[in-house]
Design a protein around this ligand. Structure first.
Ligand SMILES: [Ca+2]
Length: 334
């Protein structure tokens, strides 16, 4: 069967999987309550054969770039060229400046108990040890083309001891990030970052989901980060089992939208400005960026597993209610 035929079957399967629960027929449970859209599938992978992570390549100036390659025969999409059309595909990034990057962070496809109760290959992103040369912390990311609008979903599994290792004020762990470019003059005026985080605070009674956008502004002759908006969810991150992570993103100067759901619970639904005049320079759909304290003070591997990633052009064609569940927005940051 050629890859296009596989893709057609996969699209049919994906649409049925989304629609059948809505009309009450027996089907695999899907917690998604995303609003209906006119989206079509752009990319899908379950990290099955012949997907693999190729040799790590150094860019000569710093970070290491493991390259995702191969046809995922379960979906018919090929890494990296299909991993958004017309964009030249994606790449992983180990933010490690020392030699022997595998000592500090890795990204691999490995067999594990999957989100649907059977053994499967899934993506494993690990931060193993603090790289003393990386000032902003060791991390693993996956960067790809930046679309103006998209819906994505994947299954995510965080460590069983998540709430034990994130138990101090300010502990954080970032799982997705969009970044604006600095422009030709390399000033900071384009810096505009959207982050999807977990964060611990006593005020919120533990670890919660948190989404925010920051931008650098000039103040007293210096460029400083200012938080433009923030939504802190009452939904707790699930530890030690798979859950569905969904996100919708639309870039717009006034009518942008960021919609994030975890296992069907909406943790962020922001509308407003989602861009500056500068183009986005990076979009990391999948990222394992734990705050340094999570692994530096008490040496341990901090890891997350990902499976069945899908990228759509808009919300998929399905219906369902949305129940936002979030705490009041905090006071404006300094
Ligand atoms: Ca899989």
């Amino acid at each position: 069967m050629n890859p296009m035929s596989i893709r057609s079957l996969f699209v049919l399967h994906a649409v049925c999987w989304l629609i059948i629960p809505a009309i009450g027929m027996a089907a695999a449970p899907d917690p998604s309550l995303a609003p209906a859209g006119n989206g079509h599938l752009l990319f899908a992978s379950g990290f099955e054969n012949d997907f693999r992570v190729d040799v790590v390549r150094h860019n000569g100036a710093g970070h290491w770039f493991p390259r995702p390659v191969g046809l995922d025969k379960s979906t018919g999409y090929r890494w990296p060229d299909d991993a958004l059309p017309g964009a030249g595909g994606g790449r992983f990034n180990l933010s490690v400046l020392s030699e022997n990057p595998e000592k500090y962070a890795t990204v691999t496809a490995e067999l594990t108990d999957g989100p649907h109760g059977t053994e499967t290959r899934a993506l494993r992103m690990r931060v193993i040890e603090d790289d003393p040369k990386t000032g902003s912390g060791t991390r693993v990311g996956y960067s790809q083309h930046v679309p103006e609008q998209m819906y994505s979903r994947y299954w995510l599994r965080l460590p069983a001891n998540l709430h034990e290792i994130m138990n101090r004020k300010g502990d954080w762990w970032l799982i997705s990030e969009w970044r604006g470019g600095r422009g030709k003059d390399n000033e900071h005026k384009g810096d505009h970052r959207l982050s999807i985080n977990m964060e611990y605070s006593e005020e919120n009674g533990g670890v919660t989901w948190l989404c925010h956008t920051q931008q650098r502004v000039q103040k007293d002759g210096q460029w400083k980060w200012v938080k433009l908006w923030e939504e802190v969810s009452a939904v707790r991150p699930v530890a030690g089992r798979w859950f569905l992570y969904e996100l919708y993103y639309r870039r717009h100067r006034t009518e942008g939208r960021v919609w994030i759901a975890m296992d069907g619970q909406v943790v962020c639904d922001y509308t407003g400005r989602t861009m500056t005049d500068q183009p986005l320079s990076g979009f990391e759909l999948m990222k394992c960026y734990p705050g340094r304290r999570l692994y530096k003070d008490k040496p341990q591997t901090v890891e997350q597993w990902i499976d069945d990633v899908q990228i759509w052009s808009d919300f998929p064609p399905r219906t369902g209610p949305i129940t936002p569940t979030r705490l009041p927005a905090p006071a404006e940051a300094e």
